[in-house]
Design a binder for this molecule. Structure first.
Ligand SMILES: [Zn+2]
Length: 85
């Protein structure tokens, strides 16, 4: 269950494809784990979190197409969604 979200980070910008890959950190309060490998990230004080990844088109209406699932890393998201981020 998604309980809290922090600011998004742009990971890369592909000018040719005219989209950006964005990542958002999502706080985890239940037993949700990485959709690909089953791991969970945690901070020094024990707060658990994962990332979600999305593709944002370069347009005036900046709609983000989020990948399904939460992931511990970009590599897991790529394997799970079968995309190159
Ligand atoms: Zn993972």
């Amino acid at each position: 269950m998604i309980k809290q979200e922090t600011a998004m980070k742009t990971l890369s910008h592909n000018a040719f494809a005219r989209h950006e890959i964005v990542r958002e950190r999502v706080g985890i309060r239940d037993d949700t784990d990485c959709s690909w490998c089953g791991r969970v990230k945690s901070t020094k004080n024990g707060s658990r979190y994962l990332f979600r990844y999305g593709i944002q088109a370069d347009s005036l209406v900046a709609r983000i197409n989020w990948l399904r699932g939460l992931f511990c890393s970009k590599g897991c998201a790529e394997l799970y969604a079968e995309v190159d981020l």
